[in-house]
Design a protein around this ligand. Structure first.
Ligand code: ZN
Length: 147
């Protein structure tokens, strides 16, 4: 068992506490960093799981990236892709919906594409979610070349 981030060897307790909190194999230092993000920015656990899933697939994602107006759950700057994890899409209000649409509009104006991913997708289909994001990145890359 080694840390997903720094490859440090994990002992049983470090492994267990990170698995219990995040479902990820992380050392105490990297687990602590993620705990801080959750506390300060209310980062969803699923955003952290997707972040490591993407890293594992060779992508260079950024967690809680500040775009000048708001903090984006995950950004992949090379293809200008923002990923937001929806944790409460069952109870979305019209205010939230119009805010989301306005945020999407601002992102598009800056050349960024925003996709919203329900957190359950990461829970049940992490691999497929990562594969689809890789496909979206390919598409975006092709479009950037055309422009
Ligand atoms: Zn580590």
């Amino acid at each position: 068992m080694t840390c997903l981030d720094c490859n440090k060897e994990l002992d049983y307790l470090d492994h267990k506490s990170a698995m219990d909190l995040l479902g990820l194999e992380l050392c105490a230092k990297h687990k602590g960093r993620m705990e801080k993000l959750i506390k300060l920015k209310r980062t969803p656990k699923e955003a952290i799981q997707l972040y490591y899933g993407l890293k594992n697939a060779g992508v260079n994602p950024m967690l809680e990236w500040w775009d000048g107006k708001k903090s984006v759950d995950i950004a992949i700057s090379r293809v200008k892709l923002n990923i937001e994890i929806d944790t409460e899409y069952h109870s979305i209000t019209h205010e939230q919906a119009i805010n989301d649409l306005e945020e999407a509009m601002h992102s598009f104006r800056n050349g960024f594409t925003t996709i919203r991913i329900p957190h359950v997708l990461i829970k049940y289909y992490l691999k497929e979610t990562v594969d689809n994001i890789l496909g979206i990145m390919e598409g975006l890359k092709a479009n950037i070349k055309v422009l």
